[in-house]
Design a protein around this ligand. Structure first.
Ligand SMILES: Nc1ncnc2c1ncn2[C@@H]1O[C@H](COP(=O)(O)OP(=O)(O)O)[C@@H](O)[C@H]1O
Ligand SMILES: [Mg+2]
Length: 217
């Protein structure tokens, strides 16, 4: 993937990396010379073997990690949500509670928040599980709940780290189907994965490989 010419895209979110490289030890880079543009309404995949730096690159994109070299330019990105590989929730709280919380935190009343949360759960095929406690959800349900909760925060940028790593094939397919729906809500969606089905559903894929770590462009 290479840099594309900049074009005006109104108020849409956009993120551009220029010459980004990163390493944790002096002289040793995980990747270098990344020139990429991520835009709203698209899903970009980041693939590569375990340890190639996928999660590190997500941290750089999120702004949590400063790259060793290069720049990251963010336009129209005010809020970021990260969906972790392992779903985390409050065991005794229901699925509905988890998705209603971002709406409550934004200042909406409980009824309105729960109504919107129920819509998000429906989008992710979880309506029937709305009253289930988090501890009783299956792995696939819990992962989709994390995606639904991320969307409820109405972020401009959603980073999803290995969403299907813990899931069986059928459940992974349901998660893959919602990634595109996430992007259609106007966010920049970036997914780190080595699942071929997930990558096939992305509009473009950046591969982190050993030659990314070499000193030469
Ligand atoms: N904060 C850190 N300090 C030192 N090394 C790290 C740190 N974070 C990750 N690494 C190392 O960087 C490499 C890439 O890690 P990671 O980005 O998690 O890869 P991936 O997500 O592709 O499996 C690994 O060797 C990991 O041990
Ligand atoms: Mg990782």
């Amino acid at each position: 993937m290479t840099a594309r010419a900049q074009r005006p895209i109104g108020n849409l979110s956009r993120l551009a990396m220029c010459g980004v490289g990163h390493g944790f030890a002096p002289g040793h880079y995980l990747f270098r010379h990344l020139d990429i543009e991520f835009e709203a309404n698209s899903v970009t995949g980041i693939c590569g073997p375990s340890g190639s730096g996928k999660s590190t690159l997500l941290s750089i994109i999120a702004g949590w990690e400063k790259p060793t070299e290069g720049t990251v330019e963010r336009t129209g990105i005010h809020s970021v949500r990260w969906v972790f590989q392992n779903p985390t929730g409050v065991p005794q709280r229901t699925a509905l509670d988890h998705v209603a919380l971002p709406y409550l935190a934004s200042g909406l009343g409980r009824d309105h928040s729960e109504q919107l949360a129920l819509q998000r759960l429906t989008d992710f095929g979880l309506r029937a599980s709305a009253q289930k406690r988090f501890s009783l959800l299956s792995g696939g349900e819990a992962q989709r709940l994390m995606l639904a909760r991320a969307v409820a925060g109405e972020p401009d940028l959603i980073l999803v780290d290995e969403p299907t790593a813990q899931l069986d094939r059928a459940t992974a397919s349901t998660v893959n189907a919602v990634l595109e729906a996430l992007a259609q809500r106007g966010a920049v969606v970036i997914v780190a994965s080595h699942d071929q089905e997930t990558l096939a559903s992305c509009s473009s894929v950046l591969e982190l490989s050993t030659d990314r770590a070499s000193g030469d462009p």
